[in-house]
Ligand binder design. Structure first.
Ligand SMILES: [Zn+2]
Length: 93
């Protein structure tokens, strides 16, 4: 399984030593809560689920994965052409 770590930081720039809670709020956002030892307070980080979706490996913002997929598609198309097969995307002309 491929996954990407989400990086959260307090206003003091310190990353959480240990995340206390992870949840969802009524705005459909991911909420992460931890105790900042430097600021001595609870810190909440909020991230929208659409941002989470974009940040997923292979998500819409993952240009590298997309270009790899295109390259695979192109080589598949080339192979099918060599067999005399036309793809539906190419039309009838
Ligand atoms: Zn802090």
């Amino acid at each position: 399984m491929i996954f990407r770590n989400l990086l959260f930081r307090c206003e003091c720039k310190r990353p959480p030593a240990r995340v206390r809670e992870i949840g969802l709020n009524d705005q459909h956002e991911l909420v992460v809560r931890w105790w900042c030892v430097a600021c001595k307070r609870h810190v909440y980080a909020v991230k929208s689920l659409s941002d989470c979706w974009r940040d997923c490996p292979g998500g819409p913002s993952s240009g590298q994965d997309r270009s790899e997929a295109k390259a695979v598609f192109a080589s598949d198309a080339q192979f099918l052409h060599s067999l005399g097969i036309r793809l539906p995307e190419e039309g009838d002309s």
